[in-house]
Design a protein around this ligand. Structure first.
Ligand code: GTB
Length: 217
């Protein structure tokens, strides 16, 4: 039995690759491991069968035999630990790559999500205009720090790792805002990641879900 992940049946991003199944698909592709996808509707995600896999009723989930996982970071780490290709062999390099995964999830992504929510969900609030610049400043601060840290390197710490995978996918959420244009080093970093054959395969697979829906009308 192949491992099975869940993904949106009808992703609100219309196949832009921003939903978090994309991270897991990308990891599978980098590691050369086959997988299956079960598509779930928004309603099904809140049903007991899915809640038994994911306590918060979200995607992605991961099932492999007796093992059920949720949280994209935990799933990518699980895959990276079991197959070679996304974590360095040496113990210290491995620990640093995992630290970058946590940095992506805990330090860089939160202000990005706060910004996305402020734009999407709070723009009609009377206080929104006053708050938004503060939220944008927090994003800019992190992008500057990350850009300085990356410098002229291709990847965050040596070879491409699960840390880069998680970081790039978090940063991509900013694309529509234009903020990334202020950091050419980060834009080039994202472009390098998107040029990877594994990324392209994963992107095409999730886009096919959206294309399949639209061709059915
Ligand atoms: N911390 C969890 C993880 O990393 O796995 C977060 C999982 C999560 O946020 N899942 C979202 C979900 O299931 C989909 S990816 N939401 C449904 C719900 O909560 O009811 C987040 C996402 C959604 C949509 C876009 N988009 O349209 O651009 C981008 C990202």
């Amino acid at each position: 039995m192949l491992p099975t992940i869940t993904a949106f049946e009808n992703s609100p991003d219309r196949g832009a690759g921003l939903a978090r199944d994309m991270r897991v698909r990308w990891a599978f592709e980098e590691l050369g491991q086959p997988y299956e996808v079960r598509l779930v509707s928004f309603a099904a995600m809140k049903e007991p069968a899915h809640l038994a896999l994911h306590p918060f009723g979200q995607i992605p989930t991961y099932e492999e035999g007796d093992l059920v996982l949720f949280e994209s970071g935990a799933i990518v780490l699980h895959l990276a630990e079991r197959h070679s290709g996304l974590l360095p062999d040496d113990a210290n390099g491995r620990a640093r790559a995992i630290a970058w995964m946590f940095a992506a999830l805990n330090t860089v992504e939160p202000p990005i999500l706060e910004f996305a929510n402020a734009r999407l969900l709070e723009s009609d609030k009377p206080w929104s205009k006053e708050r938004l610049p503060l939220v944008v400043d927090r994003v800019r601060n992190r992008l500057k720090q990350l850009s300085d840290c990356l410098g002229a390197a291709d990847w965050l710490d040596g070879a491409f790792s699960a840390g880069d995978l998680m970081m790039v996918h978090g940063l991509q959420r900013l694309k529509p805002s234009g903020l990334l244009d202020e950091y050419p080093g980060l834009s080039a970093y994202i472009a390098r990641a998107e040029a990877r054959p594994a990324y392209k395969r994963a992107f095409a697979a999730q886009l096919a879900v959206f294309a399949g829906r639209t061709s059915k009308g």
